[in-house]
Design a protein. Structure first.
Length: 130
């Protein structure tokens, strides 16, 4: 019983063997890309496509910092808040309790870092050396 195939019969065609680097397809790849020519329209390799699906850390932070969690307010009531709000509340609470690192962080985020006048300090240091 013979099985019929729609594939062309290639048994009569001669097999062409190319020397190393002589295959026309590999020679074409060695030609530099012309201006405006797109060699790889997908923009990445097969493994690159999988890597492009990997989300960035910022994407994960955006997703998880916006999750709702129960947050106990200072007056004792429970409130649904995002994780970001809970972190900010914890930081402000620590600052209110006297944690100077938390105070510094809150003030810097709110008002920016204090600018130092380096010229004055440099001139004062020169005066002290004299």
């Amino acid at each position: 019983m013979e099985m019929s195939s729609n594939a062309p019969d290639t048994t009569n065609e001669p097999i062409i063997k190319y020397g190393r680097g002589q295959n026309p397809n590999s020679r074409k790849a060695l030609r530099p890309a012309q201006k405006g020519e797109v060699r790889n329209p997908m923009g990445c390799t097969a493994s690159g496509r999988a890597n492009s699906r990997i989300r960035s850390l910022q994407d994960y932070l955006d997703q998880y910092l916006n999750l709702l969690v129960p947050l106990k307010m200072p007056n004792g009531e429970l409130k649904e808040s995002t994780i970001m709000e809970a972190i900010i509340m914890a930081l402000v609470t620590k600052a209110c309790r006297g944690d100077m690192k938390a105070v510094e962080m809150v003030l810097e985020r709110r008002f920016g870092k204090e600018e130092e006048d380096l010229i004055i300090k440099h001139e004062q240091a020169l005066k002290e050396l004299k």
